[in-house]
Structures are given as structure tokens and as C-alpha cells.
Write a protein that binds this ligand. Structure first.
Ligand SMILES: [Fe+2]
Length: 558
């Protein structure tokens, strides 16, 4: 591959030294036609284009991240090497000219404070990366999200808030009592928004995690932290789904009720900060609501899952993690799927289903009969064969050490069929043979135009065995029940994100974006054709990025 034309920011090995971000002409490509598709353009035009891409670069308010020597191997599970970097990447291949906008990816990127190592993938402090595409060129950047939890850890050099598996160590019994009190008020919960990122219909971009306070607005161009996204209503709630359903007009999400086991379905109109109640689901199992990382919607309904893997107040209070962290498995409590009418908030179906384990729903749609009456709801998810061990497999020690072992639990596209005729039970099966995607799959995206509608394609991470983590990109054809797979030995790809070509009429007419972490510590952005699933472009990063979770697309303002 051709060498990059970027200039690395200075790595900063000790706290207190600030990195530099080069945005001057020294960081520019040589402008000698080395990027083939620009051969027909005068150099002045190239610089003009590049100048516009660089608009908005800010170099102030940089927070130093503790770095350490010897990092770089197993890039996916290694802390980001510096707080921030930005520059243009040299592209190998062709970026479609219609692809104009910014792909944002959020995820845990820093797993230590000084010499203290975090244990779990989900503990890391949020790192947002961006890929900005314009006229065939690509600008890359990454930056830490400046949550209170992150800033407090940097300034005090210790853990100050409860992360997924980590809890601050109280200095005394009295401090422990105070810690419990602050847990109930939510004060000690983290706001480390390290899971997802969404673009609201009004254009604001918000990073999210499962704590409600962990909703943090960022600037999609500079990645600068704007501030906490404050909900103006009085609904409260310590936790919410990490994956709201966001459209141009609204955001719909679930608020689990940990006291009276249930879920409140809420809607927030674009342009507001006020969530309004759509309706409430009473849990049928107990004693706590099932963990709800994500859910699904159809055109008319909200699909609310109730897993037998349930929130656990005792585990939330513990200072040391349990095998299921803040959850507990209650298979005897049963699993359910509830279907709520979006317009009325009424429950139109509540059925028992086989026990299941899922982080991520993929999509849902309505099944109709010949007369057009809705007979059932179909909901697809990344389902781990009701195996809760997937949570423990995501401990960093496991990810870093079991690279040659086939220890990734099996997974499938779990397809629910929820009848709307009053039947007490729903069905759960595999939407296609799991061998098509290596019996591993998670981290899905679809063409957003098919949200809530009957669809054919999903893009996910799959498995090439043996592996300890999803290591392929897979295009799932849920009609032909076939998969196309992309695989590179030793690579860990992040969630494949589909961006449709403007004006497209075919569901898979677009590109798929992923960021690849290589085993030698390097990494690159990858573009696949949404239809053929063949590579069309890649661009090497100045250094590898840690594994990231979920993304969003911000179209360029024209
Ligand atoms: Fe997620």
C-alpha cells in the first residue's frame, strides 16, 4: 500500500504534556498528482477542496491522555495512543463521488488510568472517530469524548465513577455508605458515553451509553465535546436503551423501570429535548426488568423485548464484578416480547418466547395477509443462542490472550414471529443457516430507508473460525438465505455501516464502511460495495485504532 501523507501528532507519554495537531500545509499531500483521480484537476483546486475539508479544525482544549510505551500490538484491544489526531488519508482505490458526509464511530478507546488496567471492553473511555468523505477524498480524525468521568479520571488519576465492570474503591466504610447513596441518586454512575452515536433530526449529534446521564453532544466536524445533552422533561430514569430509534422527525427509546419492573416507551421530537411518554410495558417476569440494550420498531409498533437476563440491583451495588456484571440470569422467569401501538401506547400483543440473549435488534416489520391486515410482527436480532457467557468473553484479558482459540459463542440471526391474534406464545428461530456467517454475528446495520419495513439485507460482523471475536464482515441476504463474507487474517473489523447512494432504488445500492484493526497494531478504513460486497477503497490510518462499537452518518450540508 502507498505510504500515508499525514503528519503524526506528537505522542505524549506523560500526563500534562499536550499533543499537537498539525493542520498546516506540511500536513497536506504533496499535490503532485499522486492521488490518481485528481490528475485532471489543477493543484490550486485540490488545495481549495482540501482547505474546505479542514475547516473547523480546532487545536485548543486538548486533554492529555496517559500513554505508555510498548503499545501497538493487538490494536483492537489497546488503548488509543493519544487524545486526538486529524488529517487527510491517502486512498487506495476509488471513493464514489456521491459519498459526501461524515461517518462517525463511537466506542471505548482508553482502558487504563496510569498503571490501573480496566477489565472489560465496555469499561473504556469513549473515543469518537470520524471519516469525512467529499469529492473522493477522505479526512480522518479521532478525539476523546470529554465526559465528567473521563475528565475526573485524568485530573485525579483514579477511577471516580462506576463504569460497566469497574467501581471506585471507597476509602472507608463511611465512604462506602456514601457511595451507595450516590448510586441510588445516580450521582456515582458514569456518564462515559462510549457506546453509540446518533444524529438527531435537527442535526445535533449525541454520543450515548446506557446511563441516561451519559448522553453527550459533540460537534461532528471537530469532534469537540459540546456538553451534556440535558433532557428537559421530568421523566428521570437512571438508564435507558443505548440504541434509540432515530428518524428525521423523532427519537424513540425505552426507559427501564428498576423499581416497578417495566419499561416506559418515550418519544422526543426533533428540535426538542423533551421526552414524552408513549406508553408503559409491565414486565411479566421478575423481579427486575430484562436488560434492554436495544429494541425494534415497525411502521406502527414498538417491539419491546423482555429477556430473562435481568438487571440486578445487588450486582449494581457490588464493588467487584460478578460473572454477569450488573445483570443476573433468571431463566425461570421467562422471556417475553411486547408490542405497543406507537399512536395509542396500547399493548397489542404480549407473548412468551423461548429464552434468548441479544444485545442488538436488527430490524422489524409487519406481516400482512392477502387482505392487507396485519397478522404478526417479525423482529430480527443478533441472538447468542441464549448463552450469557458472551458478556464474559468480552473481558479484555480474554480478547487479548485467546486469539488462537475458537471460543466465540455461537450466534445467529434470531427471528421472532409475534402473532397479533391473541396467541400466548411467539416463535423464535434462525432467519438463515448460521453456518453462512460462521455461526457468529453481531453489530448490524441496514439500509435506513427500510427501518421498520420488510427488508432483505443486513450487514454484520461474522466469524471465520477459529476465533475469539467476530472477525469478518458479512452481508446477509435474508430472502435467499445466503451470506457474502469479507475476511482478512488477523483483522478485527468494526460494525459495517451501510450508506445508501442518493437516488438508489435497490436496497443494497450503496457502500459499507468499516474500520479495521490489524493484529500488528495498524489499521485502515475500508469501503465495500453494498451490492457485490467487494472492496472498492481503503485508507491506512496513521496508527491503529482500538475496536469501536457503533456509528452514524452525517450527510454533508450542500
Ligand atoms: Fe450496542
Amino acid at each position: 500500500m502507498a505510504t500515508t501523507t499525514v503528519v503524526l501528532a506528537t505522542a505524549f507519554p506523560v500526563v500534562g504534556r499536550l499533543p499537537t495537531v498539525r493542520s498546516d500545509s506540511a500536513a497536506l499531500p504533496p499535490g503532485n498528482g499522486s492521488i490518481p483521480r485528481y490528475k485532471g484537476q489543477p493543484i490550486s483546486r485540490r488545495r481549495e477542496v482540501l482547505g474546505s475539508l479542514r475547516a473547523g479544525v480546532a487545536v485548543d482544549k486538548i486533554v492529555a491522555v496517559p500513554s505508555r510505551s510498548g503499545e501497538g500490538k493487538l490494536g483492537a484491544w489497546t488503548s488509543i495512543r493519544q487524545e486526538r489526531w486529524e488529517g487527510e488519508l491517502e486512498v487506495e482505490g476509488e471513493i464514489p463521488l456521491w459519498l459526501r458526509g461524515t461517518y462517525l464511530r463511537n466506542g471505548p478507546g482508553l482502558w487504563h488510568i496510569d498503571d490501573y488496567e480496566f477489565r472489560h471492553l465496555f469499561d473504556g473511555y469513549a473515543t469518537v472517530a470520524r471519516l469525512s468523505f467529499d469529492q473522493g477524498r477522505l479526512v480522518f480524525g479521532h478525539r476523546q469524548v470529554e465526559s465528567e468521568a473521563y475528565k475526573a479520571a485524568l485530573s485525579s488519576r483514579r477511577l471516580c465513577y462506576r463504569e460497566f465492570s469497574e467501581a471506585p474503591k471507597p476509602a472507608s466504610f463511611l465512604a462506602y455508605v456514601g457511595e451507595l447513596a450516590s448510586l441510588f441518586s445516580g450521582a456515582s454512575l458514569t456518564d462515559n458515553a462510549n457506546t453509540g452515536v446518533v444524529r438527531l433530526g435537527d442535526g445535533r449529534v449525541v454520543c450515548l451509553t446506557e446511563t441516561t446521564k451519559g448522553s453527550i453532544e459533540i460537534d461532528p466536524e471537530t469532534l469537540e465535546t459540546v456538553g451534556r445533552f440535558e433532557y428537559s422533561d421530568s421523566l428521570g430514569g437512571l438508564v435507558h436503551s443505548a440504541h434509540p430509534i432515530v428518524t428525521e422527525t423523532e427519537m424513540v427509546t425505552l426507559l427501564p423501570d428498576l423499581v416497578r419492573a417495566g419499561y416506559t416507551v418515550v418519544r422526543m421530537e426533533a428540535g426538542t429535548n423533551e421526552r414524552r411518554v408513549v406508553g408503559r410495558v409491565e414486565c411479566r417476569g421478575g423481579p427486575a426488568p430484562g436488560w434492554v440494550h436495544s429494541f425494534a420498531v415497525t411502521e406502527h409498533y414498538v417491539v419491546v423485548p423482555e429477556m430473562s437476563l435481568r438487571y440486578c440491583a445487588q450486582n449494581l451495588l457490588r464493588a467487584e464484578p460478578t460473572p454477569l456484571y450488573k445483570f443476573e440470569s433468571r431463566p425461570e422467569s421467562g422471556s417475553y416480547v411486547h408490542v405497543m401501538c406507537k399512536a395509542s401506547g396500547n399493548i397489542v400483543a404480549s407473548v412468551e418466547v423461548p429464552n434468548f440473549v441479544t444485545f442488538h435488534f436488527i430490524n422489524a416489520y409487519e406481516e400482512t395477509d392477502k387482505e392487507g391486515r396485519i397478522t404478526a410482527v417479525i423482529a430480527d436480532c443478533c441472538e447468542h443462542n441464549d448463552d450469557t457467557t458472551i458478556l464474559d468473553k468480552l473481558r479484555l484479558e480474554n480478547l487479548r490472550t485467546s486469539t488462537d482459540q475458537d471460543v466465540l459463542p455461537d450466534a445467529r440471526v434470531g427471528r421472532f414471529r409475534i402473532p397479533l391474534d391473541g396467541s400466548p406464545k411467539g416463535e423464535l428461530g434462525a432467519a438463515l443457516d448460521p453456518n453462512e456467517h460462521g455461526k457468529g454475528m453481531d453489530m448490524c446495520s441496514i439500509n435506513p430507508a427500510y427501518l421498520g419495513k420488510k427488508y432483505r439485507y443486513a450487514y454484520a460482523c461474522g466469524a471465520e473460525r477459529p476465533c475469539n471475536f467476530p472477525n469478518t464482515l458479512t452481508k446477509l441476504d435474508l430472502v435467499e438465505k445466503k451470506a457474502k463474507n469479507w475476511y482478512h487474517e488477523g483483522a478485527v473489523p468494526s460494525e459495517p455501516f451501510f450508506v445508501a447512494r442518493p437516488g438508489a432504488t435497490e436496497e443494497d445500492d450503496g457502500v459499507v464502511i468499516s474500520m479495521i484493526s490489524e493484529k500488528n497494531g495498524e489499521g485502515y478504513a475500508l469501503l465495500l460495495d453494498g451490492s457485490s460486497f467487494e472492496e472498492i477503497a481503503r485508507a491506512k490510518f496513521p496508527y491503529g485504532l482500538p475496536y469501536g462499537l457503533h456509528g452514524a452518518w452525517v450527510p454533508k450540508k450542500l
